[in-house]
Ligand binder design. Structure first.
Ligand code: BF8
Length: 643
């Protein structure tokens, strides 16, 4: 099996052990299904297959004498633009749904209808309320929270065409004006999603430029109605992340514990499981366990790690392998990135696979519908299933194997936490040391390495190799999403990684900052900012840095990279950062290459309009080189040293 998946110096030995176990047990995994799928459809890869109406499917062949127009007359540029906008819309709808659940919960908390939850971070509440113009003086936290929630909900129902509250409140005038000129300011995310589906349905928008501008608008929807709204409200309800060192990798599963793997995205349910794991310790002990061990898979792993220090299990593409250990007693999921295969694999190992959201079900799962007003009761019900699973496992129901691979990582680097760490070096102007290190070239630039673990690229260690190359060139990395699991497992989120991977100049800066912050060791060269919705924190950080210098974000020597992206959500996030005007590197290739218009727009026209640009590269060294060349060009334009 190790040959089948390839192997590099970064390959997780735990993955190899479990691939071998799965092979012995005749278990089919994602990598096996991917292999059977090859070669994948070339029309699909180019984006030129249209299934929007039933005169099709129509396929435009860009290479030979095949059809150049669909039955309706749509050409490749129109088909690619429509397909891409629909993908961005799928992503933005996921993030907006996530955020809206939190807005409704905050309102319930404010009105006393969700007694299991509370405002945990009053400082963040006051900051958000202040940004929105909500009165705070002499008012209770719940009264303020109610108004903040109503402002959020107002955005989802607005019909007056005015800009979203969250855009007005949480962006600088410079960025706002830039988006306004391009017609990218949005009013109501639901209306935008409706219009995007409408305009891409058969017989509507056939102007590729108009469709691509709508994709950038969808990026704005994604950030302000999804990422940022979710992050702001999660911080208010569950606390703003703060730095902590935690454990990662397969060894977070404990043979003697009731192991509960949370998988999904929204902390509403998972935070309750963390709370009740402690409260039900007695019941777990009565079943012969030493306690209940909640661990986090994929983005909920990020949410729980950054806020509560919960052990950090693995990424989306490892979820099957966690089940293959045979030692997970319950896998509890909410929404997004939940592979249908998981419920089937869970059955093989007698793992309770529990769905909790009415629109995310699986015929092979146990369904426990979770509502915040009955949160405590439902959390107990779910954990009782897990305890029953533990009893069955200990009765010898299935063979178990937990790879003994473990890593440590520093997590919890919210913007607030970073400012507080940097305050130790410069209390009156915390961002000054970073700005001067960038100006001198000691930090050449920064890259947000974000997104998913794509099995098509995973076993070439695309993410790790690209990260190592960036660091060697003194480029600082911030991460969110599943790639952070990859980098944490490979040891990139430690002080030792600074010694091992950072170029001399970056190493000196991180060592000085670590010393000033009283860590007694360098800051890690890869800073973990959270889950995919926490990409809004990266935007906030960029906005703060650009604002301090007095330039546009698009002028900063920075870039974004989703080196192994999978989901529509990655497309909507990438569309936002294109709207911001920065370079977005992606791999595997996005489905745009069938459209000469799209390729020209994303690589040549857009950079001249707002700075946004797409770089497609599947080779890690070449990807890093392309990003570094872009950073150097930005430095040159600012008149900074090339270092
Ligand atoms: O939202 S990184 S595989 S888990 S999509 Fe999914 Fe990608 Fe993981 Fe989180 Ni983000």
């Amino acid at each position: 099996m190790s040959e089948k998946i390839g192997r590099t110096e970064y390959t997780n030995p735990g993955d190899l052990e479990l691939f071998r176990k799965a092979e012995k047990e005749n278990l089919q995994l994602g990598v096996d299904r991917l292999k059977k799928m090859m070669p994948q459809c070339g029309f699909g890869e180019l984006g030129t297959c249209c299934v929007i109406c039933y005169m099709g499917p129509c396929r435009i062949d860009p290479f030979d004498n095949g059809p150049k127009l669909g039955v309706c007359g749509a050409n490749a540029d129109v088909i690619v633009a429509r397909n891409f906008l629909r993908a961005a819309t799928g992503g933005a709808s996921s993030h907006a749904g996530h955020a809206r659940e939190l807005a409704l919960l905050l309102l319930e908390v404010a009105e006393g209808k969700a007694p299991g939850y509370q405002v945990r971070d009053e400082a963040k509440l006051l900051f958000v309320a202040g940004s929105l113009g909500v009165a705070t003086d002499g008012r209770t936290a719940n009264a303020i929270a109610g108004d903040v929630a109503r402002k959020a909900i107002e955005d989802f129902g607005r019909q007056d065409g005015k800009p979203m509250n969250w855009i007005r409140a949480r962006t600088s005038k410079r960025e706002y004006d830039k988006w306004e000129k391009l017609g990218l300011i949005v009013s109501n995310p639901h209306n935008e999603i409706e219009t995007a589906m409408h305009r891409t349905s058969m017989g509507n928008d056939s102007d590729p430029l108009n469709l691509w501008l709508a994709t950038l608008r969808m990026g704005i929807v994604d950030n302000f109605a999804g990422l940022m709204l979710a992050t702001d409200l999660s911080d208010i309800l569950f606390g703003t992340p703060s730095p902590k060192v935690i454990s990662a990798n397969y060894a977070v599963i404990k043979d003697a514990s009731v192991n509960v793997a949370c998988h999904g995205h929204n902390p509403i349910m998972a935070s309750k499981l963390v709370e009740w794991a402690d409260k039900l310790e007695g019941e777990a002990k009565a079943a012969g366990a030493d306690g209940i061990n909640v661990v986090g898979v994929c983005c909920i792993g990020n949410e729980l790690a950054t806020r509560f220090g919960v052990p950090y299990a693995g990424h989306e593409a490892q979820a099957e392998l966690f089940l293959a250990t045979g030692a997970i007693d319950a896998m509890v999921v909410d929404l997004q990135c939940i592979w249908p295969s998981l419920a089937t694999i869970a059955k093989c190992y007698k793992t309770r696979f529990i769905t909790t959201v009415p629109f995310v079900k699986n015929p092979e799962a146990i369904h426990v519908e979770f509502h915040p007003d009955k949160a405590d009761e439902k959390a107990k019900e779910i954990l009782h299933h897990a305890i029953a699973g533990f009893r069955e496992r200990k009765a010898g129901a299935v063979p178990t194997h937990i790879p003994r691979v473990s890593s440590k990582m520093l997590t919890g680097i919210s913007v607030e936490a970073l400012v507080s760490v940097l305050s130790a070096a410069n209390p009156s102007d915390p961002l000054a040391p970073v700005v001067s290190a960038v100006a001198s070239g000691d930090i050449l630039g920064a890259v947000g390495v974000v997104g998913c673990p794509n099995p098509k690229l995973r076993y070439s260690s695309m993410t790790e190799k690209m990260a190592a190359e960036l660091l060697r060139n003194n480029v600082l990395i911030v991460t969110t999403g599943c790639v952070n699991h990859i980098l944490a497992q490979a040891g990139f989120l430690t002080s030792e990684a600074t010694e091992k991977y950072a170029g001399e100049k970056l190493k000196n800066v991180l060592t000085a900052l670590g010393k000033a912050a009283g860590l007694g060791a360098p800051l890690p060269p890869v800073l973990h900012m959270g889950s995919c919705v926490d990409n809004s924190r990266i935007y906030d950080l960029l906005a703060a840095l650009a604002g301090k210098i007095g330039i546009e974000i698009s002028q900063l020597p920075v870039a974004g990279s989703a080196p192994e992206f999978i989901t529509e959500k990655a497309i909507s996030i990438g569309s936002f950062f294109l709207a911001v005007g920065i370079l977005v590197h992606v791999a595997p290739p996005p489905r745009v290459f069938g459209s000469p218009f799209a390729v020209g727009l994303l690589t040549e026209t857009l950079p001249g309009v707002n700075g946004g640009k797409v770089l497609v590269e599947t080779d890690p060294e070449k990807a890093a080189a392309g990003i570094i060349a872009h950073i150097r060009a930005k430095r040159q334009a600012l008149g900074l040293a090339q270092a």
